[in-house]
Structure formats: structure tokens, C-alpha cells
Write a protein that binds this ligand. Structure first.
Ligand code: HH2
Length: 259
């Protein structure tokens, strides 16, 4: 199991927007997350929270490149973007993984780019797009539907030349899903193991936790720990989290017990 620490260089991310907009602050934060146990740092310059404003490629690149460059020697860096131009600039600056929450639907050129650079690629499930995704999500069977989607997007990535071994898959907790959808995906996460690729799971501070107990965005550490540990027990390989120190301890203890 690996921890992917979140480094948001955005004014509007749902839990830490504006905190690390200054590159030096973001780099300092990333280094701290590595000391706390993150092996991967996921640098993002555009919020994907429901209703978030879109950002130009130029603005997004200007936000992320200095931070990627400042962190590349410290950890494996992934770039959280859906734009090939931003991904290319981040790979030039030292990132080695592209985390595309649109799974190559936003900008299909990301596939060819990852193939050419031999970069890792995270393909995430999302129903709709960030502006509309929470309007009225619907599935026949959320786990079967997400699984079929990820299998299809994996095929698309491989057809674009990405080595299958370089692809990781993510059910996209909170992206076009009701509370029940999120809970069922986490409960049955193990079924996605059939896809044969490492699973990335991001539950950190998300609103489904607040829907369970009414907690605000800065009061969801317990729910993040519970969901992360259960995801681990179901076979998650990478946990994408903001609170690295706490999740690292929880994951170590859970792993020791699970054996
Ligand atoms: N969640 C967020 C962003 N990127 N990428 C993957 N692969 N999986 C996720 O679950 C995921 C993701 C949302 O969290 P955050 O980055 O904290 O917020 P925002 O999108 O508002 O910046």
C-alpha cells in the first residue's frame, strides 16, 4: 500500500483551497507529507469539486510547474490534470504519473503523451462532469457500471500505446455518486480487483462522510480513516489523502492486523 498525499495549488479546492497557492507553501507542504509517509505527491492546479470553475491551461500550468519542479526530487510526483498541455509541462518538470479524473475523455491526447513519456496513468470513474455530476447520478448497479467503465477506459489507454502495467484505476469516490453509491462502491471495492490493475481510492474529507454524520469538511478525519482502512481491507493499493500522518498510522496498524 502506498499513500498519495494531496498538494492542491488552487484557490478553491473543497477542503484546502487557497492554503497552498504560493509555490513555496505548496512545496513545503509536500515535503512535510513525504516526511509523514507519502510516497507519491499528487499536485493539482484545478479543483474538481462539484460546481468548480474551469481554469485555463496557461493558469493551471503556471500554478503547478514550480511546485512539481520543487518536489520532483523528494517523491514520485503525479499531476492531477485533465489537460495534455498541463500534463506535458508537469512531466517536463519531473512528474512521472498523470492522474486524469476524466479517464482520457477530457483530452484524449493524454493517452499518447503518457505512452510517449512512459508515464504512469491513473484513470478515474466519474459520471457527468464536475459542474453537473451531483445533479442526479444514476446507475443500474454502481459497482458493475464503474467496473465496465474502467475496463473500457483501460482498453482506450492501451490502444493509445500506454503499457497496461503503467495504468492504475480509481472508482472516483464522490464523482457523480449519491451517498449510497459511494458506500456500496467502498463495500464492494474488492470486485474491482478483477480488473487486474492497482486500485487508487480517494475518500479524504469528502462530503459522503458529512452525509453520514453531519460533519463539516474540517471535521472528517475519523471518517477518512474508517473509509481508508476499509478500502485497504478490500484491496486498495494507493490511498489519496490530505492527512498523511494519521492515515499512515491507521494503515500500518490495519495492515499489521490483516497480516
Ligand atoms: N479526488 C479529488 C481530486 N482528484 N483523483 C483521483 N484519482 N481520485 C480521487 O478520488 C480524487 C482525485 C478531489 O479531492 P481534492 O483534490 O482534495 O479536491 P479538489 O478537487 O476540490 O481540488
Amino acid at each position: 500500500m502506498k499513500l498519495m498525499g494531496v498538494v492542491n495549488v488552487t484557490p478553491d479546492s473543497f477542503s484546502d483551497g487557497g492554503l497552498f497557492l504560493d509555490p513555496d507553501m505548496a512545496i513545503g507542504h509536500g515535503r512535510e507529507l513525504v516526511e509523514q509517509g507519502a510516497e507519491i505527491l499528487d499536485v493539482g492546479g484545478e479543483s474538481t469539486r462539484p460546481g468548480a470553475a474551469e481554469v485555463s491551461a496557461e493558469e493551471e500550468t503556471a500554478r503547478v510547474v514550480p511546485v512539481v519542479a520543487g518536489l520532483a526530487g523528494t517523491a514520485t510526483v503525479s499531476i492531477d490534470t485533465s489537460k495534455a498541455a498541463v500534463a506535458a509541462a508537469a512531466l517536463d518538470a519531473g512528474a512521472s504519473i498523470v492522474n486524469d479524473v476524466t479517464a482520457l475523455r477530457g483530452d484524449p491526447e493524454i493517452g499518447a503523451l503518457c505512452a510517449e513519456r512512459d508515464a504512469g496513468l491513473v484513470l478515474m470513474h466519474m459520471q457527468g462532469d464536475p459542474r453537473t455530476m451531483q445533479a442526479d447520478p444514476h446507475y443500474d448497479d454502481v459497482v458493475d457500471d464503474v467496473k465496465a467503465f474502467l475496463a473500457e477506459r483501460l482498453d482506450v489507454a492501451v490502444a493509445a500505446g500506454v503499457a497496461e502495467e503503467r495504468v492504475w484505476l480509481d472508482p472516483g469516490i464522490g464523482f457523480g455518486k449519491t451517498l449510497e453509491h459511494n458506500l456500496e462502491l467502498l463495500r464492494r471495492l474488492g470486485e474491482l480487483r478483477d480488473l487486474g490493475r492497482p486500485l487508487v481510492v480517494g475518500t479524504s474529507r469528502k462530503s459522503f462522510i458529512g452525509k453520514v454524520d453531519g460533519s463539516g469538511v474540517d471535521e472528517r478525519l475519523g471518517g477518512t480513516i474508517a473509509s481508508s482502512v476499509l478500502a485497504l481491507a478490500e484491496g486498495a493499493d494507493v490511498l489519496r489523502v490530505h492527512d498523511v500522518a494519521e492515515i499512515d498510522q491507521a494503515a500500518r496498524v490495519a495492515t499489521a492486523i490483516l497480516g
